[in-house]
Design a protein around this ligand. Structure first.
Ligand code: 13P
Length: 229
């Protein structure tokens, strides 16, 4: 089972170091795998029980891409895990499917583990277009890639405090599992009070947690619950 923390634009280098030091004091059971995605400025070669990944990267080794980081910057810290297609990248920064696919293919060719996010907007859900929307987000993505993890994160459940309902998550994970054998995560307002229920959904291989993961004690509490599941 995978428990992942997406810091988004939160935490500094110093607070990330303190977070990871504290996280290292927890005991993991063999079936739990942890990921932490700090902001780019806090990437480092941490001694960590968690796999450290980047939240985003451009599809080049280096070059004239002001404001971006690329393969060379990730290699400096031994980072081999990348989050791609997050709804905030898609909707706030207008990343197109074509652009995300370019990044996916570049980092796939480098053998990166890729946590690839999909999820419908409220508008699409209400139109009954959830599945066509998700299909579009899978266009160009190699669903047979052996280092792929897919995170289903409905946009309307992210940062709203309102997680999707168990049956809705189950339906979408079922749909995804017919297309890929990659582990499937759920993300969107996962917290201490709902993590056990979410992890008990068939086909749910873990969670990608935003706001509730930023406090390390909260994250550890959720890991403890996951260990009991
Ligand atoms: P929240 O847990 O804050 O809803 O964010 C989810 C998310 O976007 C994880 O990538």
């Amino acid at each position: 089972m995978i428990i992942a923390a997406n810091f988004k634009m939160n935490h500094t280098r110093a607070s990330t170091k303190a977070y990871i030091d504290r996280l290292n004091c927890t005991e993991l059971s063999h079936d739990v795998r942890l990921f932490v995605f700090p902001p780019a400025t806090a990437l480092d070669r941490y001694e960590s029980i968690a796999t450290i990944g980047a939240q985003n990267a451009y599809c080049a080794r280096n070059g004239s891409y002001t404001g971006e980081i690329g393969l060379e910057q990730l290699e400096e810290f031994g980072i081999k895990t990348l989050l791609l297609g997050h709804s905030e990248r898609r909707h706030i920064f207008n990343e197109s499917q074509e652009f995300i696919t370019k990044k996916f293919n570049f980092y796939k060719d480098q053998g990166f583990e890729i946590v690839y996010c999909v999820g419908e907007t409220l508008e699409k859900r209400e139109e009954g277009a959830t599945y066509t929307y998700i299909e579009e987000q899978l266009e160009g993505i190699d669903l047979g890639y052996e280092r792929l993890i897919i995170a289903y994160e409905p946009v309307w459940a992210i940062g709203t405090g309102k997680s999707a309902k168990g049956e809705d998550i189950q339906e979408v994970l079922e749909f995804l599992s017919q297309k890929t054998s990659a582990p499937l995560l759920y993300g969107g307002s996962v917290k201490r009070s709902n993590i056990a229920e979410i992890l008990s959904i068939p086909k749910c291989g873990g969670v990608l947690i935003g706001s509730a993961s930023w406090d390390v004690e909260e994250f550890i509490a959720m890991i403890e619950i996951a260990k009991e599941n």
